[in-house]
Ligand binder design. Structure first.
Ligand SMILES: [Zn+2]
Length: 268
């Protein structure tokens, strides 16, 4: 898929009204309304299919301890994350140079081993998984692609593109969930979606019994790693910029998250 697909200027009148109310829904918990032209079923089918392909094409880790840790943390997040119809699966890919993670629609979570030195412990990993699962719960990929399709194609073409389920929108959805490099697409999350995923992810980790304050520590380690400037600009790094806004928002939400943490039955 060409990057320009998502970045071309608007050149026709956009027939927004055609999509009417059925295309606008709200994100759980934050209540923000969003445009979604792709159905949950379409998106989930895409996630399930593409995850199988990824498992074929990417080496899976054989480190039993690290895999067990991912299972433990993932299952605790899954208990509290309202991802309808999820068929949860947590796979650790053996890619020590790739500090990345994603959650595809359908509850398919991929973690690349290169992020484990930065997550460091279970709470750090819970920060990343909580954040990625939040992108899926809030259906951020569907939202990004819906907006892009509408700009690109207008009403009639949107329908044609979705019906054909061509590589164009497959790559775009995957890119929007953070696995785009496998498909030649890097699609940064919007600032708004990042902050929303942080907020929801913070609540999920707290409800799963992980100290939410560890999220700030993770992002600071992550920033230090990024600051070292080693290697190329990795996808996770470029799509998750650390800045004052991110930390400040987390700190503002911390009292709510700590209250959830205190009453979590999963806390140990
Ligand atoms: Zn993100």
């Amino acid at each position: 898929m060409q990057k320009s697909f998502l970045h071309r200027p608007l050149f026709t009148a956009v027939p927004i009204l055609i999509f009417s109310l059925s295309s606008c829904t709200t994100v759980p918990e934050t209540g923000r309304s969003q445009l979604r032209l792709i159905s949950p079923e379409q998106e989930m089918q895409l996630g399930l299919t593409e995850f199988e392909k990824l498992k074929q094409s990417t080496p899976v880790s054989r480190d039993a301890d690290q895999k067990a840790m991912l299972e433990r943390v993932g299952k605790r997040i899954a208990v509290v994350a309202p991802l309808a119809g999820a068929q949860w699966e947590f796979v650790l890919f053996d890619e020590p140079k790739v500090p990345n993670a994603f959650c595809l629609p359908g509850g398919k979570v991929g973690v690349y081993s290169g992020i484990l030195p930065i997550t460091r412990d279970e709470a750090g990993l819970a920060t990343v998984i909580g954040h990625e699962v939040a992108h899926a719960v809030a259906r951020h990929g569907a939202e990004r692609v819906s907006e892009a399709l509408l700009l690109e194609s207008g009403a009639k073409a949107v329908d044609a593109v979705l019906t054909s389920q061509g590589p164009q929108w497959r790559g775009a959805v995957l890119g929007a969930y953070g696995v785009g490099s496998n498909y030649g697409v890097v699609l940064p999350h919007s600032r708004r979606q990042e902050l929303e995923a942080d907020h929801l992810g913070l609540l999920y980790m707290a409800r799963a019994g992980y100290d939410p304050r560890e999220s700030v520590a993770f992002w600071q380690r992550f920033s230090a790693y990024q600051g070292k400037g080693e290697g190329p600009a990795f996808e996770f790094l470029s799509t998750h910029p650390l800045d004052e806004t991110r930390i400040r928002a987390l700190q503002e939400q911390m009292p709510q998250a700590l209250a959830e943490y205190e009453k979590s039955r999963l806390r140990r």
